[in-house]
Design a protein. Sequence first.
Length: 298
Amino acid sequence: MTEISRPDKVLFPDPADESPVTKADLADYYTAVADVMLPHLVGRPLVLHRFPDGVDDAGFFQKQAPRGLPDVAETVTVDADNDRGHVRHLMVGDHDGVEVLRYLANQACVEVHRWLSRADAVDRPDLLVLDLDPPTDHDLAPLRATARAARDLFEAIGLSPYLMATGGSGYHVAAPLDGSADFDEARALAVAVADRLVAADPGGLTTRQRKADRGDRIFLDTNRNAYGQTAVAPYSPRAVPGAPVAVPLSFDELGRIEPDGHDVRSVRRRLSRRGDPWSGAAGRAASVARAAEALAAL
């Protein structure tokens, strides 16, 4: 098993200095959640958000696979999203993925972000993600109502909605896709869905990109549904104090769990009581073209 260098290095300081999260703690967390986290990573190009000096200092995103990868790690080289060259991404394979996760902890990789497509079809997404991003000062009731409205619209057009608390301020509503459409088609569907939700609640929702134009409205972010873009992976920690985690939820939990309601300690207790609500999602994959037709007919 990968040895952790400087295991006592603090990544998430505790103001009271009583329960900081160290590199060793992060490695233990990744090991504990590997069974549920790895299925969401296998076969996808990954982007790493690393914090060598802890989350109180500046971190950096890393697209290129780091040097010194363990033998079990895999990589995939893809065209860059800016049409300038290629990028060799780290990728988790079907075997010994826990070693890759421990390696990431040793690299102070606090957040793991994944492509919405797989390496064997990088231009064909198999996930659609609608990111519900609330204003800075917000009430959770409208945010939760928006997640439910997105769920209902997804279901109405033949998509299977899945919910995730992002570990930040919002929720993701996602749907598995069958890979028959390219990113342009998938993003067009995501935009059309967001526009339909905004039309039903223009005072509470917006798709305006500039923060200055959003006011107190919830931003429906569809930007992740593009080639080369990523979304935070299920069960990834987030790089903010307290070590919150992006956690898949069932919709019946929406009223009880806040976007940052679980951290690296509580997630393990949660998983001891229940499995992954996103388990089996791939078996409910839908066609972008059929969903777009259904949306147009509503």
